[in-house]
Ligand binder design. Sequence first.
Ligand code: FES
Length: 160
Amino acid sequence: MEEKTIDLRPVNRIVSEYGNDKDSNLIAVLQQTQDKYGYLPKQALKEVSRLMDVPLTRIFGIVTFYSQFTFTPRGKHAIKICSGTACHVKGAEDVKQVVKEQLNVVEGETTADYQFTLETVACIGTCFLAPVMMVDEKYFGKLTTDTVAGIVDKYSGEKT
Ligand code: FES
């Protein structure tokens, strides 16, 4: 499926901020580009290739090598539900089920409005708060099937 045409001006800005030293700045440019669009659109990668004079094949090689990069559009908010042992024992599966139904997605999916991407992650190191989820960089602990829906609702109601 063909991507819709995107505004490439941010790519120009990012490359000019970092300079076009391809060896030291390419990964940083790709990270910033992904932060800007939420993923790495092919048009943006072609523009990075053109501006930095780096073969597109090399860029694709880097993007596919590092798991932090994605070609798939992601939601504005990343919801990560811990599936570690402590969280599992304290009901993480039930919590996750509520979020899946609320957002109408399965794990790894992004909602149709691109507001949320739902992921399951291994122990995130705050077992004393089990069951835990993160929304972007923020932790929410001691979740119940009642409280989790309200948290997701709060993010849903945010203006973009
Ligand atoms: S098991 Fe979930 S935070 Fe450790």
